[in-house]
Design a protein around this ligand. Structure first.
Ligand SMILES: [Fe+2]
Ligand SMILES: [Fe+2]
Length: 269
């Protein structure tokens, strides 16, 4: 079985690119499970009900998120309502939503986990301890496929967690940096791995933002209004070919597809 993981979808441009490309990607790779990080899918940062609905309509089975998940208070009830939209599990227990879900794939049960790093990020609970807890929960629930989106800044923290979980989960894909890393592989004990799946959004940008705005913020250190870039989009992710019997990965293959786009208006169709 193939599992398709797609990195952070940014704004209307990223949502539209995903809608155009994901159905074909799912056919091409015969994806049995598709997980998309949607934390930046709303045009004005964060994620909202409409952008989540757009990602599901494009073909995602589960949406994962990260540090932008709580930008829009109106989304909190959606996090409580929809078990297939995850937030990092190491937020406080009182935070809306969950970082764990089960997906019934018929022949096999899959658990999808979402965690956030703590290096150069908010001081959430230790992701290693939390990962132990979530893996136990997945195994107890009978899941043979266990997939983790680790949303983190530091490459070292991501790689360390990958090795820590090697042989215990099916695959881990990193998100948050919006730039795909060149290290997709199968770790020694059989866990599929990529440090960062990359972005789904405007190619000529600074993590999705118009470059001149990012330059103004960093050069002059004055507040700016973020605006997403437009034009050609990339759709980046990773395909894990997994053995349903062992729950381990045979092959990890990064994907990155260009999509020619006219500028989007900022609405989610
Ligand atoms: Fe992001
Ligand atoms: Fe992020």
């Amino acid at each position: 079985m193939n599992i398709l993981c797609i990195g952070d979808v940014v704004g209307a441009n990223g949502c539209e690119a995903l809608r155009r490309v994901l159905p074909e990607l799912k056919r091409q790779y015969d994806a049995g499970l598709t997980v998309v990080n949607g934390e930046n899918s709303f045009e004005h940062n964060g994620i909202v009900r409409q952008s989540a609905a757009h990602i599901f309509a494009s073909g995602a089975d589960v949406i994962t998120t990260g540090n932008h998940v709580y930008r829009r208070p109106e989304f909190y009830q959606e996090l409580e309502r929809n078990p297939y939209i995850l937030r990092p599990a190491n937020y406080p227990d009182t935070a809306p939503g969950s970082g764990f879900c089960l997906v019934d794939l018929g022949r096999v049960q899959a658990a999808v986990l979402n965690l956030m790093g703590v290096i150069y990020m908010e001081p959430l609970r230790n992701p290693f301890d939390m990962a132990d807890h979530l893996v136990r929960q997945a195994v107890d629930a009978g899941a043979r496929i266990i997939l983790l989106d680790f949303h983190a800044e530091a490459t070292s923290e991501k790689r360390a967690l990958g090795y820590y979980l090697d042989g215990r989960i099916t695959a881990m894909f990193g998100t948050h940096t919006h730039v795909q890393t060149a290290d997709a592989c199968v770790l020694p004990k059989g866990t599929g791995y990529i440090t960062d799946a990359g972005m789904t959004g405007p190619q000529q940008s600074v993590l999705g933002i118009r470059p001149e705005i990012a330059i103004a913020k960093m050069k002059d250190l004055l507040p700016v209004r973020f605006e997403n870039a437009g034009g050609r989009s990339v759709v980046c992710g990773c395909v894990f070919t997994v053995d349903e019997q062992t729950g381990l990965t045979r092959q990890a293959q990064p994907i990155c597809q260009m999509v020619e786009m006219e500028d989007q208006k900022g609405d989610h169709k």
